[in-house]
Each structure stands twice: as C-alpha cells, then as structure tokens.
Design a protein around this ligand. Structure first.
Ligand SMILES: *Cc1c(COP(=O)(O)O)cnc(C)c1O
Length: 341
C-alpha cells in the first residue's frame, strides 16, 4: 500500500512561523478536523504535543475523544450529538437554539456570525445568548468568529473584524456584569493570522498553514511555509509498452516509441484524484502519469520500485482547479502514515 510521510521538520517550521506572530505556544489552537486535513489525526496530535501545543480544534466529539490525552483544551466545532457526552470539551454554539440541547456545566464557545453567514448567532442575539447560557448553567469559555475572505483584500474582512471587536467587548462587559469568568476570544484561521499586523486574540485556529499551505490573493504576500505531507507509491508490475500500444481505461495514452512503464499502488479509491487524458501530471522526480487513474492503480513512465507521487499538492490542485487542502483531505484514512524527521 502507498505510504504517507509526515515531515516533522516541516511541521515545526510552519508552527514556528505561526508562533512568531502569536508569541506563545498556548495561543496556537491547531485545527485537526477531518483526519487532520487527511494527514492523520493521532499522528498529527502526537507531533503537536511534542512541539508543546496544548489546544486543538475538531468537528466532532468522537474526534475529540480520540485525542483527549494529547490536549487539555479541545474545541468541538459542529457536532450534533454533543448532549450525549459528559466531558470537558468546549462546544461551539452555532445557533441560539443549541443552548437547549446542552447539559448544565458544558463549556461553550459562542460563534458570532459577523458576516460569513454560515454558522453562528447574529450579533443582535449575543446578549440573549449569553443570558440564556447563564440561566442554563453553561460555562461561556469562548467567543469567536470565522472570516469569509481572509485570504483576499476585501472590505468584508475589515467589516467582519469590526463587528467581531464589538461582539467581544460586549460579551466581556456582560460576563463581568453577571460575575462570570471572562471568555477567551479567537477569530483567525491561517490566512487571517499570517496577515495580522497586531495579534491580540487569546489564540488562533491554525489549519492549512500548519500543513504548509496558505495562498493569498492579489496584494498579499504568501508566508514561507513547507508542505508536511508526501505520498510514496510502490511498483506493482512493469512492462515495455511498444510503440503504438495504449495503456489503461479508455486507452487514452499511446506510446510514441517503445517505453518502460510501471503500475503503482494508488488510485482514486485511496484519494489520488482521477486524472484523465486532458491533463498531464509529472511527479517531483519528473515521471509522467500515463493515461487515466484507475480505482487502485496509476501508470507511470518508470519501473522504479518506489516513487514519490507528490510532496506538495499545489500542482495537483491547480490541475484539478481546486484548493490544495481538498486534495490532502481526500486521502484515505487507510493509507499508512509514517512520521519522518
Ligand atoms: C477549518 C476552520 C479553521 C481553519 O482554517 P484554515 O484556513 O485551514 O486555517 C478555523 N476555524 C474554523 C471555524 C474552521 O472551520
């Protein structure tokens, strides 16, 4: 089976870059949702613990359970069954009606919809949300928001920041008035963090940048990050393709002369996106992918025993007109993951 390698050196490089902005390791809350963007939940958790990170962000309580021994502080972004857990995770409130579903003493982070209009309460609901949480004996441990366009120069990023500041102020004042502990505040994902001029939040939710990816639009400078993940495939069989012979489904690649070809053990079932005859992909060692990607195989113009299929998914993402992390997120959880220095 193909193997995913996780570079500790590159991960720590990316974390160092984020740390230079937030200043303290306790202000890093790495996002480990969706099997750590395909990198491997437990593998990434162990590396982050080694680095000295104490917080993590996931989508479900199930995922939080899997990594609870690594981090004392875990935020659960969007579970739908959180009432059934007795725990000390921090549950995001994505709508005011969610308050009724949570047992007393649950830690909550109130998500403020400052303009993305995906999840969260409206700013005008903030006061009733805080009062409602207090009445239900929920612990308000955080106030946060999420940006729609932090990777671009837009008016909305400024507006969202302004609304967020007002919400934080209001929440802090009201908590004080109700004699409640002051909640933590957090707003930055990767692209908001790496453009922050003055980081004042309690922590940042660092996702794609930690894995090595942050691509800005015009007018913003990409940070120096290094992809953590590479994918190595193994030779299954090899043959000489004679001039004029074709290879794979649809027989879309035809040999222009006699050539050495090899079949390797990865396909779209393991998350390597299907490439067809309209696209040309070269591996980092410049081997060419021949014909279509099958469910479990790809063909290359080599018979090397092992081939690195990618060590940076930017090229593949461009080929598929998608974003880098969609490629990593799609990698099968069944692939072996090995941590390298
Ligand atoms: C996924 C996610 C993040 C991380 O975003 P990146 O751009 O990958 O850093 C942060 N906050 C929320 C609410 C998210 O859903």
């Amino acid at each position: 089976m193909s193997t995913i390698y996780l570079s500790k050196k590159n991960l720590f490089h990316n974390l160092d870059k984020a740390l230079s902005i937030v200043k303290e390791k306790s202000k890093l809350a790495p996002v480990l949702k969706d099997n750590a963007y395909g990198h491997g939940l437990v593998e990434m958790a162990s590396l982050l613990k080694e680095y000295g990170v104490s917080k993590a962000v996931v989508i479900t309580c199930d995922d939080a359970e899997k990594i609870k021994d690594f981090f004392p502080y875990i935020i659960v972004l969007a579970d739908t069954v959180n009432a059934s857990y007795s725990h000390d995770f921090h549950i995001a409130i994505n709508g005011i009606e969610q308050l009724d579903e949570l047992p007393a003493n649950t830690n909550i982070h109130i998500n403020c919809d400052t303009g993305m209009h995906r999840n969260g309460i409206r700013p005008d609901q903030l006061e009733s949300c805080i009062r409602g949480a207090h009445e239900r004996k929920l612990n308000i441990t955080g106030i946060f928001t999420h940006f729609a366009s932090s990777y671009m120069v837009t008016e909305s990023f400024i507006t969202q920041n302004e609304i967020y500041s007002v919400c934080c102020e209001k929440a802090k004042k009201l908590c004080e008035k109700l004699s409640l502990p002051v909640p933590s505040v957090h707003s930055c994902n990767t692209s908001a963090l790496f453009r922050a001029k003055n980081f004042t939040d309690d922590f940042a939710r660092l996702g794609s940048g930690m894995y090595g990816y942050c691509t800005y639009g015009k007018g913003l400078k990409n940070p120096d990050l290094k992809p953590v993940l590479s994918l190595e495939t193994n030779l299954i069989s090899s043959r000489i393709l004679k001039k004029g012979q074709k290879i794979g489904y649809g027989e879309t690649y035809e040999a222009k002369e006699d050539m050495q070809v090899g079949t390797y053990d990865i396909g779209y079932a393991q998350g390597f996106p299907r490439v067809d005859e309209t696209k040309i992909y070269h591996t980092p060692d410049n081997y060419r992918l021949l014909g279509r990607v099958s469910m479990d195989y790809v063909s290359l113009d080599t018979n090397e025993k092992k081939v690195i299929l990618f060590n940076n998914v930017s090229g593949l993402a461009a080929l598929h007109k998608t974003i880098t992390i969609q490629i990593t997120c799609s990698l099968s959880p069944f692939l072996k993951r090995i941590i390298i220095e």
